[in-house]
Structures are given as C-alpha cells and as structure tokens.
Design a protein around this ligand. Structure first.
Ligand SMILES: [Zn+2]
Length: 453
C-alpha cells in the first residue's frame, strides 16, 4: 500500500466521515472482526440486532406501530430470525402510501432519495446517518478484501445523470483527494469510449468501478482499436447494479488483466453482498437479513431461486423491513474457503423483468434467449424485448459475417421452441442499442409480468 493510500484511508477519509457525522470508521473496525466469526455466532448477532431494531421501530415508527398491533406482533416475543416471517412484506407502493408514517418520530438528519429508475415505480425514501455509516463501512470492508483501499487511484464509470447532477464541488474536491475519477457512462459512443480509454491509460488506476456492461463494452472497443489495458497495473474491477454475465466477466478479465469482483446492492435496499477473492458473494449479514420467497411469498430453501426480500437492521430512521426488491436470487448454505463466516448468496439472477414468460405461462430467465443471440455469427450487439405473451422482439446490431436468412431462421426456431410455437418473433436491425436512462444496459426487458399467486 502506498504512503498516500495509507494517509487517505487512515486519516483523510476518516476525517471526511467524521465531518459528515458518520461513524463508519468504528463500524469498519467491528465488521473487520465479525466477518471471521462462525456462522452460529453471526446468527446470534443478527438475532440480537433484529430484536433491537424491531423494538425501536415498534415504538417510534407510526407505520410499524400500527402494523405490528394489527398483526399481533410483539418484538419482545421474537425467538428466532424466522419469526419475522409473520410480518407482512414492504413494497414500493406501501412506502408511497405510508409517506411520512415510515419516518421514525425521533429520526436524526436524513437524506432524501428519489429513484426515478427504469422499469420500476419511482420511489421516494430517506436514509439516516446510521444506515449510511453501515453501508459505507460494508463497502469499505469489501474493497479491502481485494488488496486495495480507499485512496488507491480509482476510476468510476457511472451512469445516472441524476446523481451526476448532484456532483457538487465538495464532492469533486473529496474525489480528487481520494484519487477517485468519475467518467460518465450514460453515453457510450465510440468517440466517448476512446476518450475514456485515454483517461484510463493515463491515470493508471488501481481499481475500476462500474456497470459490467460498461466495462465489457470498453474492453471491446479497446480490443478493436488495439489499445492495451492489461499492463496498467489494475488490481481489480468492481462491478455492480446489473446482472454480471459470464462472457462479460471473461472480457473484463482478459482486457484489464485483473479479477472481477461482483457486488450486489441498491440505494434503497443497501449494500447487500459482495464477492470475495475465493469467488463467493458474502452477505453483509451483520446488518442485512436476506430472504428468498416464492410467488406465494413463502420462503424458498437455499439453492432454490426466489424473489429477494431484504431487512436492513440499521435503517431505524426510515425502516426497510422485509422489503421486496424485485430481484431474483438464491441463497447457499455452503461455507466459503476464504474462511469468512458471513453467509453466502449463491447467485443473483437479475431483476424480475429479466425473466421471460412463455406462452403457456412458464417463467424463465432471459439467459436462454441471450445465449442463442450471442452464438449467431456476426451479431455484434442485441437486446431482447418481450412486448406481450404473443410478441417478442430481438434488436440486432450486425457486422461482418452475419447471414440474414440462416440467422433469422435459427433465431425464430430456437425462440419459438422456448416461448411457444404461436409466438411472433420480430427481428429488427439498428446501428446501436440505446442504454437505459441510468446508463445501464439490459439484454432482456419483459413487459409481461408473471402471474402471481
Ligand atoms: Zn469468501
């Protein structure tokens, strides 16, 4: 670790956090220890944290005061973590309806967030300092798993124009001090990417942070222009916010000559899980309870996919308790070889909208359709849009080697085989595929919602 990084992570960032009223430095110290605890000890800690959290919101949060009494739920009667299954789920629309009733009567200073978001309903929610400290500390801990630290030169490729708008002077100064450079990733034209490549090769960051689609795209452009990125000394590429596809991981590893570390989290749900160098996603179990539930809202066993439901135990100012994320994933009861006792999330398969519904109602991940499209020679880029049960569109950007007739025949045959023989497969051609407003890229978008029980 360089002297500068040592000063940044040991002094400058801690001062910054103190000025913001965060106790993330103290939190990090705790998390650095608890990650090595045994599974049993971590579960005992979770139960204790859960009790404190529920007892607190039962008294201070009008929404929960009412909900608990309606359902006869008493935090003092909580015996095991599973007991929270009797508390109804929290959804985006419930948060909207509850409004200020979600806020703790003795909340500290909070920051307002508005996730305009693509696809999902907009959501206004608040984050207090306690929760912020916890999320910062959890991210910091996961960063250090990869032999890098706050203060190491970093390039952040981030999309959301909204967040960039909030990029005020103070943040810019902080980023300079912490040697973090932001490159806006919501417009990824070739000319823009070539400019980004110039920044990357001249700044020689130790770490990259961004959407997997953005980093994989940069890797592609670099390869096609013969620009080398494998000799810059980059130690790790952190990716988050989208499903990480295996081919993207391979492209990033090859281009930057560094491992890819996948993270899973969101502004609303928190810093949920992060990959360790042994290749597993560890949950931030000290603060987070993560359940997976089936279409009837019942818990699924480890290894069985279900919608991810999150309880953030440091969210007392504006609680997220059994919050339905709309993501689909599966838990694992295995132990990681890295020695950390933090439980594992086996996989995050994507948003519920990454799933496609066949004519007969079968729900499947769009992955099957993704891989067919990827296999067709000459397909450079593509996107699958399920408009209705009867019509699915495949947008294609094609290049050399693309043979229209054979390609279309193969696509239609394969897609109908999966979606149903009566489904219209529309194939359209374009010069480029627009990104989502946030700058994210999605291979699959379905406007058909699976029938819910
Ligand atoms: Zn591990």
């Amino acid at each position: 670790m360089s002297v500068y990084t040592r000063i940044a992570s040991g002094l400058l960032f801690p001062v910054h956090e103190r000025l913001k009223g965060h106790d993330s430095v103290r939190r990090l110290k705790v998390l650095e220890e608890t990650q090595w605890w045994s599974r049993e000890r971590i579960e005992a800690l979770q139960l204790e944290n859960l009790r404190l959290f529920l007892a607190d919101i039962e008294v201070h949060v009008p929404y929960y005061k009412k909900l608990f009494s309606e359902h006869g739920f008493k935090s003092s009667e909580l015996r095991s973590i599973k007991d929270i299954r009797s508390i109804p789920f929290l959804t985006k629309s419930l948060i909207k309806t509850a409004g200020q009733g979600m806020m703790s009567s003795d909340a500290g200073p909070v920051t307002r967030y508005n996730t305009g978001g693509s696809g999902g309903e907009p959501l206004i929610f608040y984050i207090g300092k306690d929760r912020k400290s916890h999320d910062v500390a959890a991210k910091w801990r996961a960063t250090r798993w990869w032999d890098v630290d706050i203060g190491d030169p970093e390039i952040v490729l981030w999309g959301s124009p909204i967040e960039l708008g909030g990029q005020d002077r103070v943040k810019m100064v902080r980023d300079r001090i912490l040697r973090s450079w932001l490159l806006p990733a919501f417009e990824m034209s070739e000319a823009k990417v070539l400019k980004m490549l110039k920044s990357i090769t001249s700044l020689r960051p130790k770490m990259l942070f961004g959407y997997p689609s953005a980093l994989a795209h940069i890797a592609d452009v670099a390869a096609s222009h013969g620009i080398r990125l494998d000799n810059l000394g980059i130690k790790v590429a952190f990716v988050t916010s989208e499903r990480l596809y295996e081919h993207q991981r391979e492209a990033i590893v090859k281009a930057f000559n560094c491992p890819v570390a996948n993270g899973y989290g969101a502004r609303d749900a928190g810093f949920l899980a992060h990959e360790c160098p042994a290749g597993n996603l560890h949950l931030t179990a000290e603060d987070i309870l993560l359940e997976t539930v089936d279409e009837n809202g019942l818990a699924t066993e480890p290894g069985i996919p279900g919608e991810i439901v999150v309880t953030h135990m440091a969210s007392r100012d504006f609680p997220f308790l059994r919050y339905r994320t709309g993501d689909v994933g599966l838990l694992s009861d295995e132990q990681c070889s890295c020695g950390r006792g933090l439980p594992l999330l086996k996989e995050v398969q994507g948003r519920t909208t990454d799933f496609i519904v066949a004519e007969d109602g079968t729900v499947m991940h769009g992955l099957a359709l993704v891989y067919t499209a990827r296999d067709i020679p000459g397909v450079r880029k593509f996107k699958i849009i399920q408009h209705s049960l009867k019509r699915t569109e495949l947008m294609i950007v094609c290049g050399d080697g693309y043979e229209k007739d054979t390609a279309e025949a193969r696509i239609r045959k394969d897609y109908r085989g999966r979606l149903g023989q009566g489904v219209e497969i529309e194939i359209t051609y374009c010069d480029g595929i627009p990104l989502e407003k946030s700058g994210k890229f999605r291979y699959v978008v379905s406007h058909v919602s699976p029938a819910r029980g």
